[in-house]
Design a protein around this ligand. Structure first.
Ligand code: PMP
Length: 387
């Protein structure tokens, strides 16, 4: 029997074979004509996937946190005011991060499982002197999705730069960066973008770049300074060799393949597929009698976060689910860590993967003594995926 346990955590995820083949291909020079073409094309494809035709893409070797750091380091100057909209652990991360660069940070923190109160955001922005505002599109610690269109509109209305952490959403949840007026949309390779961990990806608006160009102080982060990377990205797009720091050659090649697949699938089709996967997973969880962390109406489509039923412990359930064929993640939010688990369903996830996962969850729950109608979860998911 093929030794394969489905990796259904909220990143890293299962990857497409063609992406893994690109990763495993012989490494070329970072200035070889073949690689220059691949990198240039990947940058062009990022604009299409982010729906930001005039945006400036950046690809750096690093994880999603570096993408956050890169946005903070370049847009914040000491004394700038920043507003963080937090729906979980990753929103909170921005508070600390922006403060490191000297920002005076205010936080609007949503109760666990809820989205931010945009009326409160609007009044905070009214008459204030915030330079930038951050939001986490999907906070992976709560599975809450924030309305990114409204976030962009508020930023525009109040002339505040907007930074969207799309680590758990880009290429899975709908984002129209330019139409929605969002200045920075950042992500990492290992989630819905569909490439193994190791790339920090950002697309930056021209007006944010323009503000960066007028900084009074130097960027306090050497590696992440756009001054270093802007000429490199421009050269690759012009298909001209250049060097600042060695790019992650194989990961960039894999990124090019994955972005090509994403565009081939079609963004609307892809967003729809994620909506269907998310809806099916949530329906299955409900059918099994489990409550979910995100409140109704703000659930992400890229991951689900069910609470353990009474009497069931994560330390027993997750190994039992793994035994039945699916690797899931435990809780992450420190206040409720031991009360819930997380299921990723993004990127290459197929309907059959969700069915197999729900089947494994049923097996695990049964082994832990939870009672439910056998097959109810699979049937609920199936009726949405194939009904
Ligand atoms: N933001 C969000 C929403 C995330 O889910 C994560 C990773 N789980 C990060 C930021 C940080 O990314 P990384 O772990 O790649 O540094």
């Amino acid at each position: 029997m093929k030794d394969r346990t489905l990796l259904m955590i909220p990143g890293p995820i299962e990857f497409e074979p063609a992406v893994l083949q690109a990763l495993g291909a012989p490494t070329t020079s970072h200035v070889s004509p073949g690689f220059i073409e691949v990198f240039g094309r990947a940058l062009e494809r990022m604009r299409d996937v982010w729906q930001a035709p005039t945006g400036q893409p950046f690809v750096l070797a690093g994880s999603g946190t570096l993408a956050m750091d890169c946005a903070g380091a370049n847009l914040v100057e000491p004394g700038d005011r920043a507003l963080v909209l937090s729906t979980g652990v990753f929103g909170d991360r921005f508070e600390d991060l922006l403060a490191r660069y000297g920002a005076e940070v205010d936080v609007i923190r949503a109760p666990i499982g809820e989205t931010v109160d945009f009326e409160a955001v609007d009044s905070a922005l009214r008459g204030s002197s915030y330079k930038l505002m951050t939001a986490t599109h999907v906070d992976t610690s709560t599975a809450v999705r924030v309305d990114a269109e409204r976030f962009g509109a508020l930023g525009r209305a109040h002339e505040v730069f907007t930074v969207l952490d799309g680590v758990c959403s880009v290429a899975g949840e709908e984002i129209r960066q330019e139409a929605w007026g969002i200045d920075v949309v950042l992500t990492a390779s290992q989630k819905a973008v569909g490439v193994p961990p190791g790339l920090a990806l950002l697309v930056v608006s021209q007006s944010a770049l323009c503000a960066w160009g007028k900084r009074r102080s130097r960027v306090a982060n050497y590696y992440a300074d756009w001054e270093k990377w802007l000429p490199i990205m421009a050269s690759y797009e012009k298909r001209v060799p250049s060097y600042f720091g060695t790019p992650a050659v194989n990961l960039v090649a894999a990124l090019d393949v994955s972005l090509g697949q994403i565009l081939e699938e079609g963004l609307e089709t892809r967003f729809d597929r994620h909506r269907r996967l998310g809806t099916a997973c949530r329906a299955a969880i409900r059918a099994l009698g489990l409550v979910q962390v995100p409140a109704e109406g703000c659930e992400a489509n890229t991951l689900s976060a069910p609470r353990y039923p009474a009497g069931v412990r994560g330390g027993d359930l997750l190994p039992a689910i793994r035994e039945a064929g699916a690797i899931l993640a435990g809780g992450l939010h420190p206040e409720i860590r031991s009360e819930y688990f997380r299921i990723g369903h993004m990127g290459a996830t197929k309907p059959g993967d969700v069915l197999a996962t729900v089947g494994a969850i049923e097996a695990g729950l049964r082994a832990c003594g939870h009672t439910f109608d056998s097959g109810a979860g699979v049937a609920a998911a199936q009726s949405i995926l194939f009904g």
